[in-house]
Ligand binder design. Structure first.
Ligand SMILES: C[S@@+](CC[C@H](N)C(=O)[O-])C[C@H]1O[C@@H](n2cnc3c(N)ncnc32)[C@H](O)[C@@H]1O
Length: 254
């Protein structure tokens, strides 16, 4: 097989193309009106600047631009203090990047990825399965459609549970702390967890220290908060609050 025909996994990009195309086209449309009045230059420049910003973010998140997205995801596994024996779950697996990384890191583990695969994201179960085959972990990974708000598993099913950038997205639960509690429900007693989300977004999660106290009150033995935005591989321009500036990790042992 020639190098041009080698199939590669597709892990997608957190910045959808529509975030570049929509403001870019609006910017060009307003630019076209400048000959009617010079004032149109202001919205034109604003929309073009938004398109350039999201274009930059999409590039930096991609493998060609330094794979900031992959490096952020890798923090989840770096903080999962697990021996790799048993079953693991990835909640909101997208195109299975974290699920597959987990299966590769722990060659004895069986890993399940669940996602709602709604229309807001260009991810699918078929792509997860194809990526897992391409990465050589197809035999140890399973994917199924489910909502993080009501996981189709008994209490304490998994030795390890991870999730990346998903809980805030769960639209069928208004309280995102309930989604975290549901994730912790399926962790076995003594099992490990590592969740990364917009935990510094106070209207969603409240104060981090108070959130930790609440999690302890659910019977969780060890829990710790780590600020993702401190990571020096994240470019300053991507640390804005609507990008990854409010990201944090909540990790521990049940
Ligand atoms: C920002 S993406 C992150 C995907 C993946 N974890 C990653 O690191 O690339 C958010 C994911 O949450 C998923 N999601 C949204 N609502 C969900 C729900 N109710 N249950 C499970 N997954 C959901 C989306 O389909 C999407 O795959």
């Amino acid at each position: 097989m020639s190098p041009q025909t080698v199939e590669k996994p597709d892990y997608g990009n957190w910045v959808s193309k529509k975030f570049i195309l929509v403001p870019g086209l609006l910017g060009l449309a307003f630019l076209g009106l400048v000959f009617l009045s010079l004032w149109w230059i202001l919205p034109a420049l604003l929309f073009l600047a938004i398109a350039v910003y999201f274009g930059y973010a999409r590039y930096r998140f991609s493998p060609q631009g330094g794979d900031v997205q992959g490096q952020i995801r890798a923090l989840v596994l770096a903080h999962l203090d697990w021996d790799g024996k048993g079953q693991a779950l990835d909640i909101g697996c997208g195109n299975a990047a974290l699920t597959i990384a987990l299966a590769r890191k722990y060659p004895r583990a069986a890993v399940t990825g669940i996602d709602y695969w709604g229309s807001s994201w260009e991810y699918s179960q078929a792509v997860c399965e194809r990526n897992a085959q391409l990465e050589g972990v197809g035999e140890r990974t399973t994917f199924r459609k489910a909502s993080a708000s009501k996981l189709p598993f008994d209490d304490g099913t998994f030795e390890a549970v991870v999730s990346n950038l998903t809980f805030h997205e769960v639209s069928d639960s208004s309280n995102k702390r309930d989604v975290m509690r549901e994730a912790l429900r399926v962790v076995k007693k003594g099992g490990k967890f590592a969740f990364q989300d917009l935990f510094l977004m106070k209207p969603v999660y409240g104060e981090p220290q108070e959130l930790l106290e609440t999690i302890r009150s659910w019977g969780i033995e060890e829990v710790e908060f780590i600020e993702t935005r401190q990571a020096d591989f994240i470019p300053a321009a991507l640390k804005l609050p609507f990008m990854v500036g409010t990201l944090g990790l909540i990790v521990g042992k049940k």
